[in-house]
Design a protein around this ligand. Structure first.
Ligand SMILES: Nc1ncnc2c1ncn2[C@@H]1O[C@H](COP(=O)(O)OP(=O)(O)O)[C@@H](O)[C@H]1O
Ligand SMILES: [Mg+2]
Length: 366
């Protein structure tokens, strides 16, 4: 059992607060991804779990044992970094053996662990090479191998794929998923890439300015973002936001902006009613905006004027102007030819329209 628990964990460097009051329980064998923009405190959080940074506040427990005072080597964790951190003058075999030799593990046991790791990672033929004779992907596999041979309670990953090109990155993502099935181990994975977070995480922790914004499954975060930041960060292309003014009666609520007026009934109207007379932020994903002709009924609809289209082959992305705001629409038929300036009618299912507080950014709920 290797549950990892962070309780009110914080870290300051002098007056710089890097991480604030993180509370998180990572279940045994769970794969949790910390995601957020550069500088939001992901690495600091991970390094505190690893024991590479001292904790300024709170408690960290691994496998039921508080580790605040334990040095990294006694925490039974293994960490993979972005830059691989391989020893250039050593063969792959010696790189894999290094940590175990330091721990005085008998050579026969080391051989056994190496055989197991290289089999898991498909790197048997590389054992006698040196790191500079390996591709980026192969080096990354060796770095993973160094963790596997240790058979730790917890894997910690800090942006392990960021040095790889896009194609290799998506291949390594799949390999990591495969590896996970074969070697289920509690894991914390740090990335700034929301696609990596969505595809790898059982749960995702979105961070900003040292604060946890939301914790949830990939679909939870996509469907029910807790605030404007999460809504804009998860999903690509990013969610569209428009400031709208709320006007409400007993049965319906209308939101309006320059060039737009949408009426909602039911649950959405109930949510909006509490904000009558105020400005709120409306959010709709580019994937959830439909061109007129989409057969669904009960849509809210508004007109927009095409300013730019981007052809991606499998689909087009359109940028349209609604009053003073640019709204992006994705998933458009690639063979549709549209002239700049064309007026299009857009629609959205009310359930796919989100509303956020204009100041704090929290999602509005009834
Ligand atoms: N050794 C340090 N001294 C002072 N500030 C630091 C140090 N390490 C990190 N920070 C600050 O802490 C914040 C979080 O950093 P970090 O955890 O590395 O972010 P991330 O990994 O999300 O990009 C940043 O504002 C960074 O400048
Ligand atoms: Mg970092």
């Amino acid at each position: 059992m290797a549950e990892v628990i962070l309780k009110n964990v914080g870290k300051s460097y002098g007056t710089v607060v890097a991480v604030r009051d993180v509370n998180l329980t990572i279940a045994d064998e769970e794969f949790v991804v910390l995601v957020g923009p550069s500088g939001c405190g992901k690495s600091t959080t991970l390094r505190m779990v690893a024991g590479l940074e001292e904790i300024t506040a709170g408690v960290i427990a691994i496998g039921g044992k508080v580790v605040n005072e334990l040095p990294p080597k006694d925490r039974d964790i293994a960490m993979v970094f972005q830059n691989y951190a391989l020893y250039q003058h050593m063969t792959v075999r010696d790189n894999l053996a290094f940590g175990l030799r330091n721990r005085k593990v008998p050579e026969a046991e080391i051989d056994k662990q190496i055989a197991y790791a290289v089999k898991m990672l498909g790197i048997e033929p590389l054992l006698e090479r040196r790191p500079r004779q390996l591709s980026g992907g192969q080096q990354q596999r060796v770095a993973l191998g160094r963790c596997l041979v240790r058979n730790p309670k917890v894997f910690l990953f800090d942006e392990p794929l960021s040095n790889l090109d896009a194609q290799l990155r998506s291949q390594m993502r799949l390999e990591l998923k495969e590896l996970r099935k074969r070697v289920p181990t509690t894991s914390i994975y740090v990335t700034h890439d929301q696609v990596e977070a969505m595809t790898l995480g059982d749960r995702i922790v979105v961070m900003k300015d040292g604060l946890v914004q939301q914790v949830g499954s990939p679909l939870d975060l996509y469907r029910r973002p807790a605030n404007r930041f999460v809504a804009g960060f998860i999903g690509s292309p990013a969610m569209n936001f428009i400031d709208v003014k709320v006007d409400a009666t007993d049965t319906q609520a209308t939101v309006a902006a320059d060039g737009l007026s949408l009426s909602f009934t039911g649950q959405k109207a109930a949510t909006l009613r509490a904000h009558a007379g105020k400005t709120v932020v409306m959010g709709v994903r580019p994937q959830h905006l439909l061109l007129d002709g989409a057969d669904a009924s009960g849509l809210v609809r508004f007109a927009a004027r095409l300013s730019t289209s981007e052809q991606l082959g499998d689909q087009q992305l359109l940028d349209l102007r609604v009053g003073g705001t640019v709204v992006r629409v994705s998933g458009i038929d690639p063979s549709l030819t549209l002239a700049e300036g064309t007026e299009l009618k857009l629609g959205a299912v009310p359930d796919n329209v989100h509303f956020f507080d204009a100041e704090g950014g929290q999602v509005l709920t009834t």
